[in-house]
Design a protein around this ligand. Structure first.
Ligand SMILES: [Zn+2]
Length: 404
């Protein structure tokens, strides 16, 4: 058995939502065995001195795409890259995320189920990387967010989603996704920003189609998420029983009330729209126009969501245009700027709340005995300077130190 003792100068307690000083953490193999505010005996253990650091649970990015790394060519690349090319890139992207402090990630849609293969390889210890929850290929409708606008007459498929146009087809796609090992199903409830020819405000799948897919997910014990911007699509998804609304940039108050009533999470992914607007001159005008509209609404909506008590998880949509893996912690700064989130709120979102969304509350999300030893640290406190979140200086996952 390997034993490590960590002395933490500042310690973020995500359960009680507070910062403590001089906390000792004992790690045995890949689990936390003891957390104490009194000095712990280090005999027979490796001592790790984090006394000058701000220590917190490994972070969760609950929305990202490993198959892309911010390249403006990402959509076109789907027609030329092979699954093997994707696997190599995805492994490197996942490792960049881990080194930035994201010890758990949720892949929100991937070409060819490659995310499932990578998750399995990491779990088997064949390659190193973060914990992964994966959606496999998403499910959307003809002409929607998941339907790549191929030349008319071209056989469908080849993109990162499955295209369905009835409840029966939605059921089949959900079964297909679960058959190949996805942890949850990803539904396209509205149009999107990067997809061409659809609108974020307009619904994609119908209520009946989403309900049919979610019935399959539920009976198989699987979770779910919905890409959704416009209010009507959000309402249908929430009423159908979706676990999380992704982006949610064009919602109205009724959406928020429904989400509170149903306990639905919002995963804001502010950085995705922000990077597109910021780099607009390199991107199609249609994409920039849609991202600008989304971002304008988002700040005001996020403030209202906070006030109403909508559950917030942390997610970034990393991989989308100009949003690179390992750089997504800028989202913490944007959460302050656009939603007025306090530091505590954003840290809780990235730990305890995201763990709940991923149904991993018993395993991750806090530094407590019995949980996986996923621990990260920073040289300064985010309470003094939130930008330190982009400069993670210590990463432990499963009791193994990867950085620092
Ligand atoms: Zn996404």
């Amino acid at each position: 058995m390997s034993k490590k003792v960590l002395k933490c100068g500042q310690f973020f307690d995500s359960v009680n939502e507070c910062v403590k000083e001089n906390v000792w953490v004992v790690v045995e193999d890949n689990k936390i065995s003891q957390v104490s505010e009194n000095e712990v005996c280090c005999e027979g253990a490796e001592f790790i001195d984090l006394s000058g650091k701000f220590v917190m649970p490994g972070m969760v990015d609950a929305h990202m795409h490993l198959m892309m790394n911010g390249e403006p060519s990402a959509m076109g690349d789907m027609y030329t890259k092979r699954d093997a090319d994707y696997m190599v890139d995805m492994m490197l992207n996942a490792q960049a995320d881990l080194m930035a402090g994201f010890t758990t990630i949720r892949d929100e849609g991937c070409i060819g189920f490659v995310d499932i293969s990578l998750r399995n390889a990491i779990n088997a210890g064949k390659v190193w990387g973060p914990r992964m929850k994966v959606a496999g290929m998403g499910i959307g409708s003809t002409g929607g967010h998941g339907d790549n606008p191929l030349r008319p007459g071209t056989v469908m498929g080849g993109g990162m989603s499955q295209v369905v146009d009835s409840p029966d087809e939605a059921r089949k796609a959900a079964r297909h996704t679960i058959k190949y090992g996805a942890d949850h199903i990803k539904l396209m409830a509205t149009g999107g920003v990067m997809s061409m020819g659809d609108e974020p405000g307009a619904p994609d799948l119908t209520f009946e189609e989403m309900k049919a897919a979610l019935d399959i997910a539920n009976t198989h014990g699987k979770s779910s998420s919905a890409h959704a911007h416009g209010a009507l699509g959000i309402k249908w998804a929430v009423k159908a029983g979706i676990a999380s609304i992704e982006h949610g940039m064009m919602m109205d108050e009724e959406c928020m009330d429904l989400m509170v009533e149903h306990g639905t999470f919002l995963v804001p992914t502010i950085i995705a729209a922000y990077r597109i607007v910021e780099n607009g001159k390199y991107l199609p005008a249609e994409t920039v126009r849609k991202a600008t509209e989304c971002l304008e609404n988002h700040g005001r909506n996020l403030e209202m969501c906070r006030a109403k008590g909508v559950k917030i998880a942390f997610g970034t949509d990393t991989g989308t245009f100009f949003s690179a893996h390992g750089k997504q912690a800028y989202e913490f700064e944007l959460m302050q700027k656009y939603g007025n989130f306090t530091v505590t709120e954003s840290l809780v979102a990235a730990t305890k709340s995201s763990a709940e969304l991923l149904r991993m509350s018993n395993e991750i999300g806090s530094i407590e005995p019995g949980k996986y030893a996923d621990i990260v640290a920073f040289d300064e406190s985010p309470y003094d300077d939130i930008s330190v979140m982009s400069r993670c200086s210590f990463v432990m996952k499963d009791g193994v130190v990867y950085k620092g």
